[in-house]
Ligand binder design. Sequence first.
Ligand code: AN0
Ligand code: CP
Length: 315
Amino acid sequence: MYHFSSVKDVTDLKALLKEAFELKASPFRYETLGRHRTMGLLFFNSSLRTRLSTQKAAANLGMNPIVFNINDEGWKIETEFGVVMNGDKAEHIKEAAGVIGRYCDIIGIRSFAGLKDRAYDYAETVLEWFRKYAGVPIVSMESATVHPMQAFADIITIEQYKKTARPKVVMTWAPHPRALPQAVPNSFAEWAVAAGYEVVITQPEGYELCEDFTKGAVIEYDQRKAFEGADFIYAKNWSSYREYGQVLHQDRSWTVDTEHMNWTNSAKFLHCLPVRRNMIVSDAVIDSPDSLVIEEAANRVVSAQTVLKQILQSL
Ligand code: AN0
Ligand code: CP
């Protein structure tokens, strides 16, 4: 593996999962693999889990992680080409990527969708420029359209708790007061389908995701029907793809509460976090023994470490 942003970058998902469980059991087995290697962790946006888990994963592999909150601590970055830089942006992304590529052997980038220009976001413009100008492997730590480290951790968690070979996994839209990207649901859909699960996506009209990511999943607009027989409920809010970046409504009848969970086959509850309680999910559900959100977050170290190990082995 070299760059990492999609399940398409994985040649054998079953083998990668096996490796993930080996690393979960023995996190320090490869503690010298990354010796004398530097991992750059660039954050254009906020983070708790991604920042801490990826830093820990890199350290477990013997790498030296450098965390850089580029928006708060660096020069303001110009991302347009061919412009006269006479405003407040002192540094161009082309030089920034080139320089960081000289300091780091692998670069992780968090750069959320702007949710204004769909073509710009869906071209993964920032990630592409880093791929082009940094000259080292680039890992998405939630970029404009994908969050692969999260989706891989989600799949690890489902593998850990599933009771049948092919569980029914339901991803449900849930309300949120602000416009959120489609990165998490895009990645979860493509990884869950690739893992071979029965995948159902339920959402109100207007919240359909980009079809490139949902091929192989069933779309069911009736949330109750979707939940029937579910083994896992994966809740997430996202803004509209069609009316790009819009919050079409905040219908609280979609909030996952105990009544919703009673429609399922005693499903486990998943969410990538951070989560807004009593908007996305009721206190009772997230606090119940069926909620896996903390273990899911713990698995972020495992997913990051497995991916970084693969990349290190390809250098
Ligand atoms: C982000 C999102 O929905 O993409 C990050 C989730 C990992 N969430 C928020 O901004 C609340
Ligand atoms: N789930 C996740 O990526 O969390 P952070 O935004 O806190 O990193």
